[in-house]
Structure formats: C-alpha cells, structure tokens
Design a protein around this ligand. Sequence first.
Ligand SMILES: Cc1cc2nc3c(=O)[nH]c(=O)nc-3n(C[C@H](O)[C@H](O)[C@H](O)COP(=O)(O)OP(=O)(O)OC[C@H]3O[C@@H](n4cnc5c(N)ncnc54)[C@H](O)[C@@H]3O)c2cc1C
Length: 490
Amino acid sequence: MSPEGSSSVLGADLGRTWSVRAATIRGMPPDLHPSLAEASTTPYWLDQEDRPDPRPPYDVNGTADLCVVGGGFSGLWTAILAKERDPAREVVLLEGNRIGWAASGRNGGFCAASLTHGRANGAERWPDEINTLDRLGQENLDAIEESVKRYGIDCDFDRTGAITVATEPHQLGWLREMVEENPQATYLDQDAVRAEVSSPTFLGGVFEPRDNALVDPARLAWGLATAAESLGVRIHEHTRVSGLARGGAGLDVRTDSGAVVRAGRVALGTNAFSSLVRRVRLHTVPVYDYALMTEPLSPDQLDAIGWRGRQGLDDMTNQFHYFRMTRDHRILWGGYDAIYHFGRHVRPSYDQRPETFDLLARQFFTTFPQLEGVRFSHRWGGAIDTCTRFCAFFGTAYAGRAAYALGYTGLGVGATRFGADVMLDLLDGVDSERTRLEMVRKKPMPFPPEPFAWTGIELTRRSLAAADRNQGRRNLWLRALDRAGLGFDS
Ligand SMILES: Cc1cc2nc3c(=O)[nH]c(=O)nc-3n(C[C@H](O)[C@H](O)[C@H](O)COP(=O)(O)OP(=O)(O)OC[C@H]3O[C@@H](n4cnc5c(N)ncnc54)[C@H](O)[C@@H]3O)c2cc1C
C-alpha cells in the first residue's frame, strides 16, 4: 500500500471511531468489527486455568523490616532483591487485589532493555548519561533473564529482539538514526523487513537483537511471587493499604481492615493507583492502553506472514502500535489510542473501550490483509502511569523511611526491576552508580490539576494524531511542549 493509501485508511478509521463512539454514547450496541464478536473481555494472560489461588489477606498486627506495597513487577522485584541483598531481612508484601492483576498481568509482554522509554527520549533528557543508562538497561535485562532461569520461572521468556518498522517514507530517516546510535542494530530495507514479517505497510525496519525479550507477563508475575516466597517473603493479597504514619523508628502501614504492619522501611510499587505519598500524586496520570489477542494462527496463515523469528515489533507513529507472537502462534496487537479520563481515575469500566477495539481491529487487517478472517479471542485495556518525562522517577518520603518508583509510562516490564534496585539503594542509604544518576536524582514536572490536565493531555493527543496524518510535522502546541522538555516522540 502507498503511504497516501495508509494515511487515508487511517483517516477513514478515525471517522469510524467517532461513529462507534456516538453509538456507544447513545446507548446502542456499537457495530464492532466482526472479528471481535466473540472476544473475551478478560486480559488474555490472566485467562489461564492454572492461575494461582489468592494468598490470605493480612489481618493481624505485626512487624517487618521492609513492607512492600503492590504486587506487580515493581513490588515483586523489590521483595526479591531485598532478600537477595540480605536474606535475614523480614519482608512482607501487601497487594490490594491479586498478584499481577493490574498492568503487570495485562501488558504486551515486551521486556525491553531501555530504562528511558527508548533511547531517543533518554538521550534528549540526559545526553551525558545515556550510554550509562543503556548499559545499565542491558545489565538489567540480562539479570532478569538470569533470574528467570535461576528461579525456574515458566513464563515463555524469549530474547527474540525487536524490529521497529517504518510505515511512512519520512520515518526511514529515523530508522537510519537508530542504526547510527546502536552498533548492534541492523537496517532492513523494504524487502528485508517484509522477508522477516510480511506486511504491505512496512517500508523499512531496524532489528535490535539484544534489546528486547518477550514474556508471558502474568506467568512472570506469578513466578516472581513464588520465587519471593521461596526466599521467605510473606505475601498477602486482597490487602489494600490505606495509609502510612510514623511509628517507632519506622512506619506504620495501615490496611483497610485496620491491621497494621510496623515496618522499618516501606517500598511503594503502586504504579497508576493513587500514591500513598500525597505530594507525588500530581506527578503521574493514569492513561489507558488497549490490546487485542488473536486466536492461534493456522499453518497457512503463519506461512502468509513469515515472522519465524517471533521478534517483538512496533511502528514509528506518535500513536504507535506494538505487536508480537505468542508461543502458540497468536498475535497480540496493541497500542495506538492512549486515553486519559478526566479526574485521574482508575476504574474497571475503563478497561473496555469498544471504539478503540474496533479501530485496532481495522488497523490490524490493514497491516496484515492476508489474515482476513482471523478472529480475536481477547480484548482488554489497562492503566499506565504516565509522567511528563515518560520514564520512571524515584524518591523518598517520611525522612527516608519510604521510597517510591513511579512513572514508567508504558515501558515498565523490564525497567521496574531497575526501579526496585533504586528503591532499595535509597532505603538502605547506599551511594551507588544508580543513585548518582541525574535520572534518579531529578524529578519530572508534575501535571497541573484539573481541568488543565485533561485539556492539555487531550490537546496533546489530538496534536500527535494530526502529526501522524501530516508526515510527522508537529504543530505549535507540540513544538512548545518539545521546547519545555515535555514532548513525546515514539
Ligand atoms: C495494556 C498495557 C500494555 C503494556 N505493554 C507493555 C509492554 O509491552 N512492555 C512494557 O515494558 N510495559 C508495558 N506496559 C506497562 C507495564 O505493564 C507497567 O509499566 C508495569 O507492569 C508496572 O508494574 P508495577 O508493578 O509498577 O504496576 P502494577 O502492575 O500496576 O502493580 C501495582 C500494584 O499495586 C497495587 N496497589 C496499588 N495501590 C495499593 C494500595 N494502596 N495497597 C495495596 N496495593 C496497592 C495494585 O493493586 C497493583 O497490583 C503496558 C501496560 C498496559 C496497561
């Protein structure tokens, strides 16, 4: 397809999105793409028969050296690394819902080396430390691979590498810049990229062999929980923490049921949920990201797309797609829309967005027309904790007794392990290469309160979509954000 063709298909898709949205608002069942008719609304990864039973809630007062709040990757890695550093340390982990039920169990399963939501974002903000950040990111991904092996975690961890594809001619120059910056990267011209994964929309690509692994994220979270328990961590699910208060030489961690953990130190891995440290609440906003999963492809369908290397793929538009294969030959297709709801709320009802699913399905068949007839088995969404610099920030509260790592903005599957190490360094008072990083010492600008947050984010979203339709040309608003260091470019 010509680039003009792909833009006009996108324009038609956007028009259709509005009509589906209007139907939803009018209370009519939206006319979804037929491929979605039977898709389950449970996130694919969580829809597994051998999902572990919940651990009992925390219901009596007790003590711990370290209390970890949150049972996603952030909290789980913190608990494991705390024990690895000091096996005698008593660690308790409190999860308000289920282990891995939130972002950690419903993401694309791209476990990336980048700590900075891509090298370009990191290089723009910290040009003097980007090489260190890249090295630390590779070491972090190596360490995840090693831990998965050591603890025997069955999560389909596969270091397949990543291919970034250009779907518009103006993006080909950006591909060449990527190759110049990464000595391990290979440029793929149109024939070469289509030989890897066959799509008429791909004009070129870059293959980065070591920068990404694919995982089954829910199984990774469940496996990390088992590993943490094998080290002596006590895990309690369905235990929401309602507040922190100074207690003795540490902090009292109060749960909804009224039970209290008196902890020497507290690590917060609460992601997009309202932070227990009030002063950082304006630093993140929950933004909803959506994904589809196909049924397993038949041998003929597999032949039609190639993709023998099972690399993780993304494209280069501001509103980008990410897509990958599972071991049983399904395709996960996600991204594009990023939806913020007025008021910073995280609500289960936001996990489903028919107009986004419809749009994603149409874009999928534009990318892979040879798969016409394939059906989606699952459709779901989840909240990501977006901050104004698009990668994690860190800090302490309560005179150094509590630490937090937040703001991963949709690239936290791998980076949360690095963030866990940073939190432990901060809590242990360790002066390390990590804690000396400007990325760790400095915080991003907060978002403004409502209604300015919603207005600014919506304006940015529409401007990014317009830039995608306009050969990447950024309007005045985006250029102003770029100048203020708040611009996002995938
Ligand atoms: C649809 C989607 C696709 C994504 N795709 C990718 C991807 O492919 N690659 C990638 O790197 N990243 C991706 N991400 C982002 C990634 O999933 C997150 O960055 C990462 O999982 C964050 O882990 P976490 O532990 O910080 O957060 P979460 O997994 O959200 O865990 C936070 C936990 O804290 C608990 N909690 C919160 N407050 C309290 C409280 N007061 N008391 C007790 N418990 C509490 C919550 O119940 C939750 O379980 C995606 C996200 C989404 C939603």
